[in-house]
Design a protein around this ligand. Structure first.
Ligand SMILES: NC(=O)C1=CN([C@@H]2O[C@H](COP(=O)(O)OP(=O)(O)OC[C@H]3O[C@@H](n4cnc5c(N)ncnc54)[C@H](OP(=O)(O)O)[C@@H]3O)[C@@H](O)[C@H]2O)C=CC1
Ligand SMILES: CC(C)(CO)C(=O)C(=O)O
Length: 329
């Protein structure tokens, strides 16, 4: 089975090494010093006190890999629009795109019964270009629960978690999603296939949309944001607004908001990826995690004062740090 990991950084590198160990023919698509180190010294994954180094094809030229069975997309959300055209050499007639990116995916409304069926999501797919280039019929949804970090070029540290939840946008148990699940399980991961992947996406996004921007604005870690009364109340207010939007779109939450907040508290003194990106002067995933949710709220006519306020603040905080496009009109 041929698999390309497009954006083989932290989480992609972790998945790529595990898939390679399970016997897949894996290509790492990366760039910069991380790519150079992987090419020179191989890819090293540290996990559970063990370290393994593998030597897959590592390249910044997808044409070197050619058509794949799967392309696992583990870019940061803001990198996808510019990267999409580079994926074309990887796409054969049946190639599936496994979207591991956090937040609202570009294919969200693909085949979704209701008034918004087949509508692109502007916040993550400006002008619907992704919809055209990477047709959603190729998409398999994936919610990535593990945590990983590139601790130095070529070296990935897996810190916790082993679940990757998969689902077809239409809810079917397709042969392609079943085969991917079996391979990930063989790679030592939990990889359930869910009929309502959007529900699963929202459960993770529910925390990200609140805790990530609040952490960037305050510098606080998850435990503080989820347990200190005043901060918890701000996060909860955002999450209640988002829940109303999601439910208006047909989403069914399997847990209540306080249970979800408790889950974030249990992650502990963890800096969210958005705070880490801010501290490193890297672009922040604001539009995929919160901008898109506010867009969906406007679509369904739900008021989101807390989310809109935090969105305005975190966008400006990011602009000031050079981590977000210049002020848009
Ligand atoms: N890290 C984690 O623990 C988790 C991350 N996620 C989500 O997964 C996604 C990826 O996150 P993460 O792995 O942390 O991000 P990383 O930045 O570590 O990985 C993305 C990689 O893609 C590279 N890249 C960007 N554009 C291109 C391109 N055009 N061609 C080749 N390589 C490219 C980046 O290079 P460069 O550095 O030069 O930009 C980087 O190495 C995000 O949506 C994140 O929210 C979800 C769960 C956990
Ligand atoms: C750790 C967690 C769950 C915080 O929301 C996350 O997904 C992130 O940091 O992006």
């Amino acid at each position: 089975m041929k698999i390309a990991i497009f954006g083989a950084g932290a989480i992609g590198g972790f998945l790529g090494v595990r898939l390679l160990q399970a016997g897949a023919d894996v290509t790492f698509i990366a760039r910069g010093s991380h790519l150079a180190a992987m090419r020179e010294k191989g890819v090293t994954l540290r996990s559970g006190g063990e370290s393994v180094t593998v030597r897959p094809l590592c390249t910044d030229d997808p044409a070197e890999a050619g058509p794949q069975d799967y392309v696992v997309i583990t870019l940061k959300a803001h990198s996808l629009p510019s990267a999409a055209p580079q994926m074309l050499p990887l796409l054969g007639p049946q190639t599936a795109l496994v979207t591991g990116i956090n937040g609202v995916p570009y294919w969200y409304f693909y085949g979704l019964e209701g008034p918004y069926r087949d509508r692109p999501v502007e916040s993550v797919d400006p002008g619907g270009k992704l919809w055209e280039t990477l047709h959603p019929s190729r998409a398999i949804g994936a919610v990535l629960y593990p945590a990983a970090e590139v601790v130095e070029p070529g070296v990935i540290e897996h810190t916790y978690g082993d679940r990757v939840t998969l689902g077809e946008p239409d809810g079917s148990k397709s042969p392609r999603v079943e085969a991917l699940s079996k391979l990930l399980i063989r790679a030592g991961l939990k990889a359930p296939v869910r009929p309502r992947i959007r529900d699963e996406l929202w459960v993770k996004l529910w925390g990200n949309l609140a805790f990530n921007p609040l952490s960037a604005l305050t510098g606080a870690t998850l435990d503080t944001l989820a347990t200190r009364g005043d901060l918890r109340a701000v996060a909860r207010g955002m999450m209640v607004e988002a829940q109303a939007v999601a439910e208006a779109l047909g989403v069914r939450f399997p847990i209540d908001v306080d249970k979800r907040i408790q889950g974030a508290a249990e992650v502990g003194a963890h800096k969210t990826s958005m705070l880490q990106d801010l501290e490193r002067g890297r672009p922040m995933e604001i539009d995929a995690l919160l901008g898109a949710v506010v867009e969906l709220g406007q679509l369904v006519g739900k008021s989101m004062p807390a989310c809109e306020l935090v969105l305005a603040l975190v966008r400006e905080r990011a602009r000031q740090a050079g981590c977000y496009p210049a002020a848009s009109p």
